[in-house]
Write a protein that binds this ligand. Structure first.
Ligand SMILES: [Zn+2]
Ligand SMILES: [Zn+2]
Length: 134
């Protein structure tokens, strides 16, 4: 069964015809703002395996000068994915429907987490980038 996801209002839906990979949560101040939360929660996808099913015209994009950015719903504001040079790089785990059969394996940039966030014991943490970061 393919992994599917949608925004809060349901206008935008997508499908991933493959496995999600390398799920991670980044606690830096930029991700807190981009994902309106204590951290991001994303997983990598193969761009060729990702398809928008409905509502693509309602997507809004924001990219930095390096070509990294976000795509979100113009109507409800859900951050659906990260992009690199207009291709989908990671999907936001919060917008996935059902169980995508993956767990967050790395919590990164915990050195710059918000003071109000408590990180549970026993999870794999990195002060900054993990050595294997792509
Ligand atoms: Zn929406
Ligand atoms: Zn971050």
């Amino acid at each position: 069964m393919p992994v599917t996801g949608e925004c809060f209002c349901g206008a935008i839906k997508y499908q991933v015809n493959g496995k999600l990979r390398n799920a991670r949560s980044c606690h830096c101040s930029r991700c807190r703002k981009a994902f309106n939360a204590q951290a991001s929660a994303v997983a990598f996808v193969e761009p060729s395996e990702f398809t928008w099913l409905t509502g693509k015209a309602l997507l809004s994009s924001y990219s930095n000068e390096q070509g990294y950015g976000l795509q979100f719903c113009k109507v409800c504001g859900s951050t659906l994915c990260t992009i690199y040079k207009d291709e989908v790089l990671q999907v936001s785990l919060g917008c996935i429907n059902g169980d995508p059969d993956i767990e967050i394996s790395q919590h990164i940039f915990v050195g710059s987490k918000a003071n109000w966030e408590l990180i549970p014991e026993g999870i794999k943490q990195f002060e900054k980038k993990p050595p294997s970061v792509t």
